[in-house]
Write a protein that binds this ligand. Structure first.
Ligand code: DAH
Length: 335
């Protein structure tokens, strides 16, 4: 009996997991355990031996039970300590840095321009980049033999489908669907068969504006554009109109603004004129309006179209257009 007890003591003390302890319990006290078997065999003992041995076995049983309990407490404590250690959080370890993206300078400028025109009651709409030649040229009063239609300037997909060369085709698209009053701003990507250099790219961005209502005059165009330029670049800015020609406007103008680098004094950016060109514009040509079913005895309109890339380059002093398209992070990080 002493042998069994000593063995049990050793084995129980060596247990470091609850499952091992349970195995020990079964081994000694289970239905087929060593002590149980021993007790069952007591029938074979003589009546004198039975009480003596019985007491010894019961004492051994109690002792093993106590040992098991004590060891269980110890194991539980160890397990708790182990899991606490594993789950410990070291609050002194520095946090992981998240890479933070930035808006592209073109997006920043566009967002600013949009918010100015939204404030003036304009709606922002967009049209298709793959466009019917009809909207890109014919609906804009660009004649059949006009050089703008040339394959050297325009990417043709088929004879009748082009990559739009300007955002102006969205003007007739809007006018066909909407009755005046119309006030829309139409930003978008446009394509021309140009070689890449510091000021040209076969893909660039324009922002078109169109207003059609009763009694719209050149004064409305001037007032609207002047206010826009002052909001975008500052109250000190002036604008002036230079006569120009576009097939879809009559009269047509180029709008210049005070050079914001030298503030009109003359510098490299404005080629010493003190002015920089910002936009084409004009009064919507009656032929363009009529084609869209707009009654020109009642309504008139103005339109403008400006280059977002150019506006962005001027705003941030970027001297090479390619930077806007290469997406070099070292460049983009600066905005
Ligand atoms: N679409 C012209 C261009 O690409 C710019 C332009 C001029 C747009 C006059 C207009 C406009 O809406 O009225 O050069």
């Amino acid at each position: 009996m002493k042998g069994i007890l000593e063995r049990a003591l050793r084995e129980i003390n060596a247990c470091s997991e609850l499952s091992a302890l349970e195995n020990c319990r079964v081994k000694y006290l289970g239905k087929k355990g060593e002590l149980t078997v021993f007790l069952r065999g007591m029938g074979n003992l003589s009546p004198e031996e039975r009480p003596v041995i019985g007491r010894l076995v019961n004492e051994a049983k109690e002792e093993i039970e106590t040992l098991l309990l004590c060891q269980k407490e110890r194991v539980l404590k160890l397990e708790r300590e182990r899991s606490l250690k594993e789950e410990e959080i070291d609050i002194t370890i520095p946090g992981k840095r998240f890479a933070r993206g930035k808006r592209h300078p073109l997006t920043k400028t566009l967002d600013e321009i949009k918010s100015i025109f939204l404030g003036l009651g304009f709606t922002v709409v967009e049209g298709p980049e793959v466009e019917l030649a009809y909207y890109n040229f014919t609906a804009l009063n660009i004649p059949e033999n006009h050089p703008a239609r040339d394959v050297q300037d325009t990417f043709y997909i088929t004879e009748d489908i082009v990559l739009r060369t300007l955002t102006s085709p969205d003007e007739p698209r809007v006018m066909e669907k909407t009755k005046p009053p119309i006030r829309v701003l139409i930003p978008g990507r446009v394509y021309r068969a140009d070689d890449v250099d510091a000021t040209h790219s076969p893909v660039f961005h324009q922002i078109e504006g169109l207003v059609v209502d009763e009694g719209i005059t050149l004064g409305d165009l001037k007032g609207t554009f002047d206010l826009f330029v002052k909001k975008l670049y500052g109250e000190h800015m002036e604008t002036k109109f230079r006569p120009s020609h576009f097939p879809f406007t009559e009269p047509s103008a180029e709008i210049d603004a005070t050079c914001f680098v030298c503030e009109g004094k003359g510098c490299r950016v404005c080629k010493d004129t003190g002015w920089i060109e910002l936009s084409g514009a004009g009064m919507s040509h009656p032929k363009v309006l009529e084609r869209c079913g707009i009654d020109t005895t009642r309504y008139s309109g103005f339109a403008f179209g400006m280059g977002l890339d150019r506006l962005t380059m001027l705003k941030y002093g970027i001297d090479d257009m390619r930077l806007l398209f290469e997406n070099d992070v070292r460049f983009l990080e600066q905005f």
